[in-house]
Design a protein around this ligand. Structure first.
Ligand code: NIG
Ligand code: FE
Length: 421
């Protein structure tokens, strides 16, 4: 069989192979790293991974051969938590924030998420599309080949649908694959202030069934936080979502330890995200049930808060993934490589653990563990080539983009650090 593409002369190839389940504990640090390696690709999928010269018999007349000149190659990065599609930006709240006004206080005064709700309602589909496309290009240039994206800036059916439709269009037109999440429970809309029950009724009885019927979202998520949705409300919303056939995610214990991690374990969420304030019992419950802790170090950094305890979670055998949480409020940055560097510097994770957290464990966090997240036969040829000699270097030299080129399903989409698709 002759190949479409062979990448040869790979100095270090991190395969992440053998990960049918999210990696836990020591497995997060123990990686297969092949030297002088190659990857052979046909029809967008990996056909063979090997070392030495064995690739030669796979070379045909039309095979493209890419010489990696000894660089580091890993699976394409996966950003498993973003709020990609939204209108406007919130630099008008920046001074308040740096003067110490708490995130939740800004929201309760009608700013924060609610201000982005206004901007998103007022934006046209085209405006939302163009803004999000710019962000996706940035992500791709940083090595991201798949991302999750959430609605949650409409808080009524029309705008939530508009956000998700834009995301579906981007999924069709842009090289990055998107996984869609409905986050109608992101805040209580202004009109329902003090009347959570009435909003939750509409959410559960009208919005969630309609979004499911339209096939717009695979996951359902809730912002479970003091002053937003309580544990009881989140339990009710997510239980209904499960009945409707959604897979579950939860923004849990970001600011106050109210039992979000425990709820994630009870409901069997695929991931619980944030967890800066999660209780030890909650983490143990998550470890027992194999719930992924999706940690967002860029958000802690930007909110000037202590990060979630990634080190402790790994030591407790909770599977850990890391993601950007890219959004206009708590983390206005698409830079997953910076998040990875924070994973080492602030969460005390090893470089290998961090790479696991943004590849195979991130794939499992969006229920794509059998398709992406590792470079193994039959999986998508989503490949990141870094201008770096080893994994440690990626985390040590911080604040820059280490990507040299990126392949999405065997197609060159970033070359010389720039999108070329
Ligand atoms: O994950 N915490 C809730 N939601 C987002 C922030 C959204 C926003 O501020 O616009 C988050 O941090
Ligand atoms: Fe978020």
């Amino acid at each position: 069989m002759k190949m479409d593409l062979i990448i040869k002369n790979i100095g270090k190839l991190v395969t992440m192979s053998g990960s049918f389940f999210p990696r836990v504990g020591k497995q997060m640090n123990e990686l297969e790293i092949l030297e002088n390696a190659y990857i052979a690709v046909v029809e967008g999928k990996i056909f063979q991974v090997g070392v030495g010269e064995n690739y030669k018999e796979l070379v045909g007349e039309n095979t493209v051969i890419d010489d990696a000149h000894g660089l580091l190659v890993t699976p394409g990065l996966i950003d498993s938590h973003t709020h990609l599609v939204h209108g406007g930006s919130r630099e008008n709240e920046f001074s308040k924030k740096i003067n110490g006004v708490p995130y939740i206080e800004i929201l309760q005064e009608g700013g924060g998420i609610l201000s982005t709700v206004n901007s998103t309602k007022n934006a046209t589909q085209e405006e939302l599309y163009n803004k999000a496309k710019k962000s996706l290009d940035r992500m791709l240039e940083l090595g991201v080949t798949t991302a999750e994206e959430k609605s949650g800036y409409g808080l009524e059916l029309e705008t939530e649908t508009k956000q998700l439709e834009v995301a579906h269009k981007l999924d069709r037109n842009h090289p990055i694959d998107l996984v869609h999440t409905f986050l109608g429970a992101h805040a209580i809309p202004k009109e329902y202030k003090g009347n959570n029950e009435a909003y939750i009724k509409i959410l559960v009885e009208e919005m969630m069934p309609k979004i499911k019927e339209l096939g717009l979202a695979e996951f359902c998520d809730v912002f479970c936080e003091e002053g937003v949705f309580s544990v009881e409300e989140s339990d009710y919303i997510l239980s209904k979502a499960k009945e409707l056939g959604y897979k579950l995610k939860i923004h849990a214990d970001e600011i106050v330890p109210i039992g979000g991690a425990e709820l994630a374990a009870k409901l069997g969420c695929i991931s619980a995200d944030h967890l800066m304030a999660a209780s030890e019992q909650g983490l143990k419950d998550m470890a027992d049930k194999g719930i992924i802790a999706n940690i967002l170090p860029g958000t802690s950094f930007n909110l000037n808060k202590k990060s979630a305890d990634g080190r402790k979670m790994i030591d407790l055998n909770v599977p850990v993934s890391l993601s950007s949480d890219y959004n206009p409020g708590s983390c206005p940055s698409e830079n997953l490589q910076f998040v990875m560097q924070l994973g080492c510097l602030n969460l005390k994770m090893t470089p290998n653990e961090v790479l696991t957290a943004v590849t195979i464990n991130a794939a499992h966090a969006i229920d794509r563990g059998s398709e992406i997240g590792s470079l193994e036969v039959g999986k998508k040829a989503d490949i990141a080539i870094f201008d770096a000699p080893n994994v440690e270097y990626l985390m040590y030299h911080f604040g820059i983009n280490h990507i040299d080129r990126v392949y999405k399903e065997g197609r060159l989409v970033v070359n010389n650090k720039q999108v070329v698709y």
